[in-house]
Design a protein around this ligand. Structure first.
Ligand code: AMP
Length: 229
């Protein structure tokens, strides 16, 4: 199973990436974690990227893609990967596709975690209080969200066109989102070897929340239906 995630900061990429990696026993390649590790170890790369991270700016493509390529080579014998934090722009998506073609391991699924800004800001500020990440203060959070909307989000349409997009409502509690993701990926797994990439259809699971645990909207809808019956 080869999965990449497209999601705004705070949507749960890290949590869901770990769930997917554990379930399919594949490596979880998280570019933010890899970069933070370099910063913590004060490597040359870490020193070169620290200010990008602190200010919520994107690290240059070449640095990120070289790092990801090396991780994908390692992942080759592990039956797949889950990419967390990359691609973050159309140019990264295209470069990643080239790397995938070259290594014969392009993504099977682009998993889009959908969530609203107010909820993301609430979650990121809560995380700031616990983890003290250098980029979890309100000004930088808002900047990272802006970058997501302008630069990252447009790649969702690119994956929809390629037919490998799965969209999930990430506003619900993490375990429910995780259950829905694993159900979708398990359902697709037997098809992946048989359906060529060009024949795949994008899947939108964001309207299916009620079946996987109710949101407030779904709860209200259920109550309204109930009172009508
Ligand atoms: P994350 O942990 O995914 O929120 O990433 C934290 C920070 O690492 C981002 O705000 C960027 O500064 C940097 N970063 C992570 N992934 C990438 C990427 N694919 N391209 C550029 N910068 C990245």
């Amino acid at each position: 199973m080869r999965v990449l995630m497209v999601a705004p900061p705070g949507a749960g990429k890290g949590t869901q990436g770990a769930v997917i990696a554990a379930h399919f026993d594949i490596p979880h390649i998280a570019t933010g974690d890899l970069l933070r590790d370099h910063v913590a170890r004060r490597t040359d790369l870490g020193r070169a990227v620290q200010h990008h991270l602190d200010e919520g700016e994107l690290v240059p493509d070449r640095i990120v893609l070289d790092m990801v390529r090396a991780e994908m080579v390692e992942a080759r014998d592990r039956g797949g990967y889950v990419l967390d934090g990359v691609p973050r722009s159309l140019s990264q998506a295209q470069e990643l596709y080239k790397i995938g073609r070259e290594l014969e391991m392009t993504a099977d699924v682009a998993l889009h975690l959908k969530a609203e800004d107010d909820e993301l800001i609430r979650r990121l500020l809560a995380r700031a209080a616990l983890e003290h990440r250098s980029d979890d203060n309100e000004a930088v959070i808002r900047h990272r969200l802006d970058l997501y909307h302008t630069i990252t989000h447009p790649i969702v349409a690119w994956y929809a066109k390629r037919g490998i997009l799965v969209s999930v409502d990430a506003m619900r509690p993490a375990e429910r989102v995780g259950r829905q993701i694993l159900t979708a990926l398990e359902t697709m797994r037997p098809l992946l070897q048989h359906v060529p990439e060009h024949a795949r259809e994008p899947i939108d699971l964001t309207g299916l929340s009620a079946a996987f645990g109710t949101t407030d909207t779904a709860r209200r809808a259920v109550r309204t239906e109930g009172s009508r019956a």
